[in-house]
Write a protein that binds this ligand. Structure first.
Ligand SMILES: [Zn+2]
Length: 250
């Protein structure tokens, strides 16, 4: 990948700063917003500054909205209030969360426990337990149980076999594929709409054929999913579906 930084052109002042990165792998201009609120425009080679500037102005409302949502989330993170509901769009399910405090009973009993019924989760925690950690473990298990059969299904349908599946809790990628065709998937995919999760699986499975983002790779993706550009874009914006507790470490 090639990096190059350009000074953004000034037309009308934007209420946020951004930087421009030229990537030889980029196929179209897109905006990336990091979890900490940094705005970056990634463009393919040969796109004029004027075009980039016009693009960011066009997307201005969306960027402002995303940044304010991030700010809100950070507030929530500082807030000690625990989530009262978890909705997993990929599974079309939601659970009300209840918390119960219980006194510590020595070292042998787990400090925190989660009980799941159809529509509710009961998290029992002693004073030293961390209910958010418990929720993340629950999410991890849910991802293992539900993403494995889905990946197998898509892989079989496309006749694109893979090696091993590992579920992870990464902060910045939805999935990856290794040279040995082992696939890593992010448990936070469960917060995304199912169609988007399915597409991410297609994206990773196509890497079992081309371990890069070459023209050939995208041609393969396109043959399976003609709408891939829009879906890629949606994935890049997908982090806004993820509540902070899901990847925070506190
Ligand atoms: Zn990829």
């Amino acid at each position: 990948m090639m990096f190059e930084f350009l000074q953004p052109l000034k037309t009308e002042p934007l209420p946020f700063e951004y930087k421009v990165r030229i990537s030889s792998r980029a196929r179209h201009v897109r905006i990336k917003i990091s979890h900490w609120g940094e705005v970056e425009v990634v463009t393919p080679k040969g796109v004029s500054q004027k075009k980039v500037s016009a693009f960011i102005h066009e997307q201005r409302a969306w960027v402002i909205e995303s940044l304010s949502r991030l700010k809100q989330q950070h507030h929530q993170n500082l807030d000690t209030t625990l989530p009262t509901m978890v909705a997993l769009a990929a599974l079309d399910s939601r659970w009300q969360i209840r918390y119960e405090q219980r006194p510590a009973q020595g070292n042998l009993t787990p400090s925190s426990r989660i009980t799941e019924t159809d529509q509710s989760l009961l998290i029992t925690t002693s004073s030293e337990g961390n209910p958010r950690e418990q929720l993340r473990k629950w999410l991890h298990e849910k991802a293992k149980i539900t993403l494995s059969p889905l990946l197998l299904e898509v892989s079989t349908a496309l006749a694109l076999p893979y090696g091993k599946l590992t579920i992870r809790g990464q902060k910045s990628r939805w999935g990856s594929c290794s040279q040995r065709k082992n696939i890593n998937l992010n448990r936070n995919l469960l917060f995304l709409p199912r169609s988007l999760v399915r597409y991410l699986l297609v994206h990773e499975l196509c890497h079992t054929v081309h371990l890069n983002h070459s023209r050939e790779y995208w041609a393969l993706v396109k043959s399976i999913e003609p709408n891939y550009r829009e879906l890629e874009r949606a994935l890049n914006h997908g982090w806004r579906y993820v509540p902070l507790w899901a990847y925070a470490t506190s």
